[in-house]
Every structure is written in C-alpha cells, then in structure tokens.
Design a protein around this ligand. Structure first.
Ligand code: UD1
Length: 476
C-alpha cells in the first residue's frame, strides 16, 4: 500500500514501459501458505510464532479475524506474527460476514474452531471476481468428520457431537479437480479429530505441505501432504509452534515472466524450481534467447535483448504440479507481445478472464472461446488507463505496462495490495520505471493525453495567415 492510500487517498500506478528488468529480487513469504497457517494457529494451546508472513491486506484481514476469535496477535515489521489464543468461548467462535465476505480464505477458520471448541458459526464467503467459488467440498469434508452443519442467514453453524470430530476417509475431488483450501481446511480439522483420517484426491500444492509442517511442529501426525493421499492421525491437543513460511512461488513466477517479457537478466532469490515446474517447462519451450536455470542463489532468467521476440506457447491451468491459474493472467500478458499465437485453457476457474478486456485496451489481440483465450502476439502494446479486476490480473497489467509504449495507468490497486508485498519497490529495484500517485494527479495526465491527437492523426501545421492580398481579388 502506498503512503497516500494509508491516509485514505486512492492511488494509481503509473508504469513507463521500455526498460529491461535487471538485478536480484527476493519474493516475500507465500500469502497462500501464510493464510491457512494463521487459521491453524487457532488449534493451539499456547503461543505460535510464524515468521516470513508478508504484510498484505489479506493478511491484515486474517489477523483481524483472529482477534475477533479471541486471539492476541502481533505482526512485527520483520514479518513475524505472534499469536496467542486467549479466549476459546462460544462468544468468540463467530466469524462475521463483515470480515469473511472480504476474503474467501478466511472461511477456513471454521474447521479449526470446530475441532478445538466443538462449535462455531462462520459466514459463507460469498462471490468473488474470478467466478463462482463454492465451498461444498469444505462442508462435505467436515460432515464426513462427523460435524452437524446448519446453514442459516448466510452463516454456516457447525457442531461436533460430543465436542470432538471423528476421523474418516474423505474423497475431496470436485468438478474442477481438487481444492487447495478444501484440503487444508479438512487437514486442520482432522488434526484434532478422534482417530485416523485419510484425505483422497487431496490437492498437492507446496502451500499444503508447508501447512502440514507447521501442524506437525504443533504435535499433529500428518503424512503424505503434497501427494493426493494425506493421512492424519488425530491427537487430543496441539501446542503453539514456531514456523517459517515458504517463499511466494506466484510472486517469483510473476517476476520471471516479467523478465522474459522485458528482456534483461534477473535472479529471483530463494525461488525453487520444484515449486514452479510447469512455468519452468513453459518458459524453456518459449526458447529463442531465453535462458532459465536454477542455482544456489535461486532462479536466474536471462533474455538476450538482441534475440528475436520469444515464441508463444499453449498453456493449460491445472492443479499443482500443473500450470498455476494464479499465473494465467501474467501468461496472457506475455503472449500479448510474443511471436505467434498462444492458446490458454483455464481449467481451474473457467471464468477467470476479466483481464482480457483490459489487455485489449493496450492493443493486445485476444479472443475468448469458452474457457480458452486465443492470444495473437503483437509487436507492441501501447500504454493506456486500465483497471485491475482481481489480484493476479493487476500484476499482469503491470507486466504489460513494463513493455508498452508510453505510460500505463493501473487503477484499483487494492487488488494488487491484497497479494503482492512492496511490488512497486521491488520492480523499481530491478530498474523498472513506475510510481504510485494520488488519483487526481493521474487524472490530470490522462485528460491532457486524451485531448492530444496521436502522431498518426496530427493535423499538419496550419500555414501562417498571408499578409499579401490574393492576386485578382477585390481586396474587400
Ligand atoms: C486457492 C488459492 C488461489 C488459487 C486457487 C487455485 C489460497 C488462499 N488461494 O484458492 O490463489 O487460485 O487455490 O490454485 O490458497 N471448488 C469447488 N468446491 C469447493 C471448493 C472449490 O467446486 O468446495 C472449485 C473451485 O470453484 C475451483 C476449483 O475447485 O473451480 C479449485 O478451487 P480451490 O483449489 O478450492 O481454490 P481455493 O483453495 O479457494
């Protein structure tokens, strides 16, 4: 979040294209690991210390929910969160619509509350800009663990008969594959259930493994996290533990795609190729002057500025280890300026294409067909005022701005602030030319530019009025 937004003034990000990215950058802790780990802190007796937690609006919201649920939480500037559960009564087992509706991941507090306190009421998360996002798999899993569930007035009220959930075999596959938060949610609830649980068709994302590490450090017995079958042997209680959150692979991937688009050479420190196997493969296929490798310092990517434009590719988003849906919008920005035609098939969130119209405003040639987008690379994008439509879309528009001719003004930055910590500072550190300004300042520039004819249609300079009377004229 920029300085102005902290004092309530909306900001716009102005990106000036044309500079290659150069240097080294370190991604923050993974948002998608930190959020469920913070929810899991509710399971503990005693204090948890969680390091490398990014300072993001989504994280601040989760901390506010934990406070509402009877915890004392502190987030220090070095990224460490300390969380103590002080009050585990019914009065503090209600997560309100006001908070939960702002962020879907917060729904995951239901399982830990239920497992630890035997009763909870949590608001349903509601809609989201990337499409319909149901929670049926979460509820199916909790019911399999013996929870009695009642939906009323937009809230889920759940009770564990006899005060404790029971272990069970649970199949968590859904119409669009496995569910990341669903798997994490059930794994947390099963950690305090009586007996053994087996989660089949579990999602395999690295963030799930990270959560399991934290739970095991708390005294849980979980094996198989990171594979489609997770076994959880329930224990009667868990203690607070210390844990360090893994680096954010989606942030790392965003920088890698940015470097592939702008040319130059960057190292993404602490990034791990095993967390991004599909992106690695995709960028290698793009070839042509693009080198990507992994060393002790992280992942290094280099694009020879004299090589021709990198090639297009086809990509299908899938659950891990497939290509992440959270890097789909960034792939579209890349394909917009690559050489050839690329087809994106979105299999995780089939409607996640709101960024398409915004990229088209910058000159991208994109067409949507069902859950596919067909992108014909153009030689050049042009800067334009654009609106971020969701978190990853906002990053894609910034990347597009880095290669566009002229200035791109990205509006609705609250989406970016949900999931990218100090993104502008990090890109500036890599040599990008960008700054956040108050919205009024950006409007002034936009109005002047809108009134200026483009070079193509500029009228020829008018001849100076003649002082000589036309020949033969009356002179009147
Ligand atoms: C998580 C990530 C999000 C990422 C997504 C997919 C977090 C905080 N968020 O979201 O950034 O884009 O994984 O990698 O980790 N589904 C159902 N029923 C359910 C749950 C999900 O049908 O009960 C469907 C969804 O609509 C979607 C698919 O399953 O089509 C995958 O969604 P899911 O993995 O659950 O996404 P999240 O965990 O919410």
């Amino acid at each position: 979040m920029g300085e102005n937004e902290q004092s309530g003034v909306e900001e716009v990000l102005i990106v000036e294209g044309g500079k290659p990215l150069q240097g080294a950058v370190r991604p923050s802790g993974a948002k998608n690991a930190a959020l469920p780990i913070l929810a899991a802190a509710l399971l503990a007796d005693g204090r948890s210390v969680i390091e490398n937690v990014p300072d993001l609006s989504d994280v601040r919201l989760m901390l506010a929910i934990l406070r509402e649920l009877g915890c004392r939480v502190e987030h220090s500037p070095d990224g460490t969160v300390e969380c103590d559960v002080l009050d585990a009564s019914d009065a503090t087992s209600v997560a309100s619509y006001e908070l939960v509706s702002k962020m879907r991941a917060s729904f995951c507090v239901l399982g830990p509350l239920l497992a630890r306190r035997g009763w909870a009421r949590v608001s349903l998360p509601g809609g989201c800009s990337i499409g319909l996002r149901p929670v049926d798999l979460h509820l199916k899993g909790l019911e399999a663990l013996g929870a009695e569930i009642h939906l009323e007035r937009g809230y889920v009220e759940a009770r564990a008969p006899g005060g404790r959930l029971r272990g069970a075999r649970i199949y968590l596959g859904g119409a669009n594959g496995s569910s990341v938060l669903g798997t994490e949610h059930i794994m947390m609830a099963a950690a305090l259930a009586e007996g053994k649980s087996v989660i089949e068709c579990a999602a395999c994302e690295p963030e799930i493994e990270d959560l399991a590490k934290y739970l095991n450090a708390m005294g849980a017995t979980i094996t198989g996290a990171g594979t489609p079958r997770i076994t959880v042997t329930g224990v009667p209680s868990l203690r607070g533990a210390r844990h360090r959150v893994i680096p954010d692979r989606i942030e790392a991937g965003t920088f890698l795609i940015g470097a592939a688009m702008t040319g130059g050479c960057i190292t993404v420190e602490e990034a791990r190729s095993e967390h991004l196997p599909a992106l690695f493969d995709t960028l290698r296929r793009a070839g042509r002057g693009l080198e990507i490798s992994e060393g002790r310092g992280g992942i290094r990517i280099e694009r020879d500025p004299d090589a021709p434009r990198p090639k297009s590719f086809d990509v299908t988003t899938l659950p891990y280890p497939g290509y992440p849906t959270d890097l789909q919008a960034q792939a579209m920005a890349y394909l917009s300026v690559a050489d050839g035609i690329g087809v994106i098939t979105e299999k995780v969130f089939p409607d996640r294409y709101q960024h398409l119209a915004e990229l088209a405003r910058m000159g991208a040639k994109v067409r949507k067909e069902g859950n596919c987008a067909i992108v014909a690379g153009v030689g050049e994008l042009t800067g334009a005022p654009v609106r971020a439509t969701d978190l990853r879309a906002s990053a894609a528009l910034v990347l597009a701005g880095l290669v566009a001719k002229g200035e791109t003004h990205v509006h609705h930055l609250h989406h970016l602030d949900r999931g990218y910590e100090r993104f502008v500072e990090k890109l500036a550190g890599l040599g990008a030319n960008l700054r956040r300004v108050p919205i009024d300042e950006a409007r002034e520039v936009q109005q002047i530019e809108a009134r200026t004819p483009s070079a193509k249609f500029k009228r020829p300079a008018q001849p100076a009025p003649s002082r000589v009377r036309p020949r033969g004229g009356s002179g009147i």
